[in-house]
Write a protein that binds this ligand. Sequence first.
Ligand SMILES: Cc1ncc(COP(=O)(O)O)c(C=O)c1O
Length: 344
Amino acid sequence: MKDFIDLRSDTVTKPTPTMRKAMVEAEVGDDVFGEDPTVNALQEKVASLLGKEAALFVPSGTMANQLSIKSHTQPGDEVIIEASSHPYNFEGGAGAALSGIQFQCLKGSRGILDASQIEESIRPADHHFAVTRLICLENTHNRGGGSIYPLEKMAEINRLAKSKELFVHLDGARLWNASVATGIKPQEYAQWADSVSVCLSKGLGAPIGSLVAGSKEFIDRVHRFRKMFGGGMRQVGIIAAAGIYALDHHLERLKEDHQNAKRLGVGLKEFKGVSIDPKHVETNIVIFDVANTKMTATQLADAMRKEGVLIHAFGKMQIRLVTHLDVTAEDIEKVLKAFKKVFR
Ligand SMILES: Cc1ncc(COP(=O)(O)O)c(C=O)c1O
């Protein structure tokens, strides 16, 4: 994979030498006993960044989301979620399997929902219906093309949720990107959700790790379910150290990823048949449609691979590109040159 420019996902980054050094030197202990000082430091840091009472370190974004769903609901409850969201589409059916919930999926605009459409979908108190319990939001929205939830929309949804006694969970796997792009602090977004999951292993470049944040009482429940789901880990300060390093050194640089993504969006628009609106490139994800070119998404991905560029076919006619720590502005120019060759 060494010579490829890999734009399939921001999860493909490798830990940098200085991140690895921080990992090697991490102080560790048994985290199941709550005795790993590095994990404790990471949890406190993330709780504080998100303005929540507590946070818990977990192996993956999927586990963070599913533990949150489990901790907010009872079997048979309904969770309102956007139709192209990650927890509904890409977490192996875990909502049904692990929490026994059903999703009610609403179609958003590039993944973003309005309070009014959620309001119409809340089930009345009638024994025929499931109990609507939770609303799940995603910021930034992956399938929506890295779209950012406007803060005011989150506030409105939260006000609606509180008026109906519902909980709100935010899948903030890329909340860092939303924050860096807008200048709105992570805690300003997080204030409109009861629980938030965040990832360290996407744009921030850590090899592993996510956290769930919320009230002390909520995180206590999450902790219990983490044990049940087999997510309790031992001397895990070794990876928590990568997370602390990533938050200290890789947060602000997400701006570069956003600039690179924008450059891709603007460059791609020049190619005949490519459908893309560069103003929809808000963070580090670029989605475009190839229906009016001579190629399907898979054919384009195969042709680009031959040019040394890895891209992700997202359905028959859609491609997703994701910029990250291991892709430079120079690489982006090479990628655009490769597209030029392939589209000729
Ligand atoms: C929005 C979103 N949420 C959750 C996840 C799950 O993260 P993980 O792969 O760590 O389970 C992803 C992964 O790409 C994601 O994009």
